[in-house]
Design a protein around this ligand. Structure first.
Ligand SMILES: [Zn+2]
Length: 322
């Protein structure tokens, strides 16, 4: 499978977190204001500190879910991966709401750019993405949302790349997103539906599982009792026989835009991403709770190691130019 430092066998030592971020930042502001907007040395320092703690807690690899329009920076992530020793997989694709430049662009034209990244590597870096990031956020999917999903489907079908879909559990909009992707021919096992436990209701994840997709049980943070409540939902899904279809993650951001040089300390709002052990809540809270609920070591290995590996290995590629 592909990482920011090249191909890997994926036999990483520990769990793979399927959806995290080194940065989630404005690429436009970063392009024009550089380090005044987001200081790269600060990003490196904060990330190395957090990744070292995560490694000690049993994290073996991370999938960075940062799409192009969330400020993906493969050079920076490559340096962080090298210096931390943490394997990091990279995303291609787009976060909502896309980009005004794409507004009337046909899906196949847009898809061709992402396909080039998968086949030839990102820019001059040679780094290949391991997953496609798509996103639906609105209550009703718009024509634009549907076109962006079509782009995801075209890339996935052409390159065998799995798709991670950001969804809104309150709106249950992943159900339509999955139906659309499947109609275009994407196999259910190439789809990972994200943020699916956020409404704390089991009907949404269960309906998704019936469609055959993987679920990313994420947005797991230390504050409040959300992590325990989500752990209990994961336990319930395991007990209903779905351990083969679940993966875990936090959706943590190592360095947010608010750490830029012009933002005074006393006006900076607190956030879940300030937690120094923000990449360890699965290890600290969720896994012990799952064990307490009787989930076996075998099932835990599936959701933390085997399933992520199977997803990242992708499907046999067709139409690959290699
Ligand atoms: Zn995310």
């Amino acid at each position: 499978m592909e990482t920011v430092l090249g191909k890997s066998e994926g036999n990483w030592d520990g769990m793979t977190l399927m959806h995290e971020h080194i940065i989630a930042s404005s690429p436009v502001m970063t392009k024009f204001f550089g380090d005044a907007w987001l200081d790269k040395e600060l990003v490196v320092a904060r990330s190395l500190e957090r990744l070292a703690i995560a490694k000690a807690a049993g994290v073996g690899a991370i999938v960075d879910g940062t799409a192009l329009n969330l400020g993906r920076d493969v050079e920076l992530i490559g340096r962080i991966s090298r210096e931390s020793g943490m394997p990091i997989c990279i995303s291609t694709g787009m976060y909502y709401p896309g980009d005004f430049a794409f507004m009337r662009m046909p899906a196949d034209v847009l898809a061709s750019y992402f396909i080039d990244e998968v086949v030839d590597g990102i820019g001059e870096s040679g780094v290949r993405p391991a997953i496609y990031k798509a996103a639906v956020e609105r209550a009703q999917l718009t024509d634009e949302d549907v076109r962006y999903l079509h782009v995801a489907a075209l890339v996935s079908m052409s390159c065998g790349l799995p798709i991670y879909v950001h969804t809104n559990a309150g709106y249950r909009n992943g159900l339509e997103a999955v139906d659309r992707l499947k109609e275009w021919g994407v196999p259910a096992e190439s789809i990972v539906v994200g943020h699916c436990l956020d409404s704390y209701k089991l009907d949404y994840p269960l309906e998704l599982l019936q469609k055959g997709t993987y679920l990313c049980c994420d947005r797991i943070f230390r504050q409040g009792d959300g992590a325990l409540k989500k752990a209990d939902m994961v336990a319930e899904l395991c007990m209903r026989g779905y351990a083969d279809k679940l993966v875990l993650s936090h959706d943590y951001i190592c360095c947010e835009d608010k750490w830029n040089g012009k933002y005074p300390n006393d006006r900076r709002p607190g956030s879940v991403h300030d937690d120094l052990r923000g990449l360890c809540v699965v290890a600290d809270v969720v896994l012990p709770r799952l064990k307490e609920r009787g989930i076996s070591e075998d099932q835990l290995r599936k959701i933390t190691v085997d399933n992520p590996r199977r997803i990242l290995a992708g499907k046999p590629k067709k139409g690959n130019r290699e």
